[in-house]
Design a protein around this ligand. Structure first.
Ligand code: G1P
Ligand code: ZN
Length: 553
């Protein structure tokens, strides 16, 4: 980097800078290691690129907060000074810099803010050498669509200066208004607006009676991440669940050294409790920034794809959705379980590329009410992000009404709709070149795959998923390789767009079994021949040199 040159205008400094080549936002914002973000000008360049790509931000309101990970507070101070220098009128900041991703979305919408900046690397680990991230959300409360993120990236590639004011630090712990140059900073309660929104959707009285009845025990693991204060306020204080219901409820900068990802591998403490002796009736976990969820019953893991289908099938039991669903949407690799519910109740079901941003238009146009991804993301039109605690409350509301165990509800669902056996195999930290070769080889195979037979499997279609947004007509290509078989089974290959180290290859495997008498089988066993076939077609072991996946969910 060249030496800093500053030109002082009042207390606004214009700092000369040069572009960083690697500021292309991925599936969910810009994610890099903390040391990358802490390089001189790195964060500033990206933030200025955001401001430069927005038209008419002068005097407008923005929302700012993060999941509390390492570097959250420092980044907030920098962003506030830059917002002021760029003419922003008001910024609403979560107390202590804390806002879960769904709460930020809720606050943007409630205040009709121009947009918001969320600081998070979601479920990736935190700490001085771990991950950090910056995501821009637009006025509907949802992640910026591709045309906005592309504009930000393009700007970042030619940026030559950024603006920042010279000022002291804002006190982020004290609620209320403070002045920063010409801009007002309002430090707001991180939890209140979100709690109010949840109360408007779910039957808090019924859930509360159920939780206090003494016949039902739940365990919520916040994994030392952002939902701790939200979960304590909602489950323990508001709904009266017993003290200690929320575990690991104190947000820590490094998430206690853990990996704040609510799946069977990383939320192992909760998994041990729920699969152990005297397990509670219901278990749930959420991720770093609170948008993901995992749902467990006694000795039972509910796949996110099944969870979405079950919420859709039971939505009429929940006050906020009792008037019916406009439609449902799922990402392409998510299992087709929800499709069967949509078919039965006669509503549309949309298949979108991976990433929550693709649901935004469908929600805005009221084409879909519930959305979900296999990656532990579920949500609705109440905000424009997936929402972990919302999913937990939705399940609690269903359980309180139906007074059945999680297992009974899931098994009844399978009996009615059939079971979509589903699993994702992740190969993390793969050499980028090898991962690209694997994908390119697969792409070149596609034209000759259709009609090909592999033992019991006959390929019905093989393509690279392309999506045309039904609302604005925008086209997103190369969204994952799909190989579908004539009996409805599917295998899908994608490279992750959120990793920060090497490449992550994701293999998604799905098989549908309508016969309830055959539903007892273990998932990996039920899918084993498809998994073997996936390796045969893609030559995973040979190409990336891995014997087995890093994480299986
Ligand atoms: C992953 C998930 C995707 C989710 C995203 C953000 O993206 O697969 O469903 O929307 O994280 O939470 P990926 O790493 O696969 O690009
Ligand atoms: Zn997340």
């Amino acid at each position: 980097m060249s030496p800093i040159k500053t030109i002082k205008t009042m207390n606004v400094q214009t700092v000369v800078t040069q572009p960083f080549r690697d500021q292309k936002p991925g599936t969910s914002g810009l994610r890099k290691k903390v040391p990358v973000f802490r390089q001189p000008h790195y964060l500033e360049n990206f933030i200025q690129s955001i401001f430069d790509s927005l038209e008419g931000l002068t005097g407008k309101t923005f929302v700012l907060g993060g999941d509390g990970r390492y570097y959250n507070r420092q980044a907030i101070q920098i962003i506030l000074k830059m917002a002021s220098a760029n003419g922003v009128g008001r910024v609403l900041v979560g107390q202590a810099g804390i806002l879960s991703t769904p709460a930020a979305s809720c606050i943007i919408r409630k205040n009709q803010a121009f947009g918001g900046i969320i600081l998070s690397a979601s479920h990736n680990p935190g700490g001085p050498e771990a991950d950090f991230g910056v995501k821009y959300n637009i006025g509907n409360g949802g992640p910026a669509p591709e045309k906005v993120t592309s504009a930000i990236f393009e700007r970042s590639q030619v940026i030559d200066s950024y603006k920042i004011i010279e000022a002291g630090e804002i006190n982020l712990d004290q609620l209320g208004s403070q002045q920063l140059g010409g801009m007002t900073v309002e430090v707001i309660d991180s939890v209140a607006d979100y709690t109010e929104l949840m109360e408007s959707l779910f039957d808090f009285n019924q859930i509360s009676q159920f939780l206090k009845s003494g016949q039902f025990r739940m365990c919520m693991d916040s994994l030392h991440a952002v939902t701790g204060p939200y979960a304590q306020a909602i489950f323990e204080q508001k709904l009266g669940a017993s003290a200690g219901t929320v575990k690991n409820g104190m947000p820590l900068e490094d998430f206690g050294g853990g990996h704040p990802d609510p799946n069977l591998v990383y939320a192992h403490d909760l998994v041990e409790i729920m699969f152990g002796d005297h397990a509670p009736d219901f278990g749930a976990a959420s991720d770093g920034d609170g948008d993901r969820n995992m749902i467990l019953g006694q000795n039972l893991f509910v796949t996110p794809s099944d969870s979405l289908a079950i919420l859709a099938a039971n939505a009429n039991l929940v006050p906020g959705y009792k008037n019916g669903l406009a439609g449902v949407a799922r990402s392409m690799p998510t299992s087709g379980a929800v499709d069967r519910v949509a078919e039965k109740i006669g509503i549309d079901c949309y298949e979108t590329p991976t990433g929550w941003k693709f649901f935004g238009n469908l929600l805005d146009a009221d084409k879909a009410t519930l959305c979900g991804e296999e990656s532990f993301g579920t949500g609705s039109n109440h905000v424009r992000e997936k929402d972990g605690l919302w999913a937990v409350l939705f399940w609690l509301n269903i359980l309180a009404v139906r007074q059945q165990s999680v297992e009974d509800i899931v098994k009844e669902h399978w009996k009615t709709y059939g079971r979509n056996y589903y699993s994702r195999h992740d190969y993390e930290g793969v050499e980028i070149d090898k991962a690209n070769i694997l994908m390119e080889n697969l792409r070149s195979l596609l034209p000759e795959l259709a009609g090909k037979e592999y033992g019991q499997y006959k390929v019905k279609y093989a393509d690279d998923f392309s999506y045309t947004d039904p609302v604005d007509g925008s086209v997103s290509e190369k969204q994952g390789i799909r190989i579908g078989f004539s009996d409805g089974d599917r295998i899908i290959f994608r490279l992750s767009g959120t990793g920060t180290q090497g490449a992550t290859l994701r293999l998604y495997v799905e098989s549908y079994e309508p016969d309830a008498n055959k539903h007892k089988q273990d998932t990996q066993a039920a899918l084993s021949s498809l998994i073997t076939l996936a390796d045969e077609i893609a030559q995973i072991k040979n190409t990336i040199g891995r014997e087995k996946p890093t994480v299986i969910t």
